[in-house]
Design a protein. Sequence first.
Length: 228
Amino acid sequence: MTPKLLILRPLDGALQTERRAKDLGLSAVVDPLFAVESIAWSGPAAEDFDALLLTSANALRFGGPRLAEYRSLPVLAVGEKTAAAAMAAGFQVVRSGKTDARDLLDQLGDAAYREILWLAGEQHMELSVEGRHLEIIPVYRSKAMALGPEAIACLAEETIIVLHSARAASHLVSELERLRLPTNIHHVLAFSEKVAEAAGQAWKSVQSAEHPDDDALLSLASTLCLSN
């Protein structure tokens, strides 16, 4: 029997991944390991900065009305979805990157965008870039959740687990240990090498996407399903 895909990212993104999976004829179960929610925040004046860094569309979905104060700033966006969400919200995207914030900032010219405001999640990577001042303001958080009954039932047999973040990988491992569920019958498809490292090696197989996007992940899933 062809294994099911288990999609564990927060709900908005998980439903998008599920739709793409179904378009490829893959059977998927959605059970978010994190619930994204807004947090209260206050930010510095927009005129103190010459660029706005956005690394997730969640900053735009959950940032609230104060986001409007920063529409005058050119946006540096990580990921096509973040860039598209920023433009839909009325921001001007001047640079976008496909990997992570460090890579995007490293690609900027020496004189470009010295004062940068990053509207981030409460859990974010440590980031400093020589020659630039980066001020980080958390505007949303991802709250960890327990595995739900549908996911637990799915994990009783061989499953293809799709992991989009290192935090999700670590939390999943903890959940499987807590529930005393096996790992060695499951396949892990990781968004990046960093995510694969967080998942560890106690699986039937671990693969990292060639590019950090859903298309690359689901291409791996299709190939894996065909081989079963």
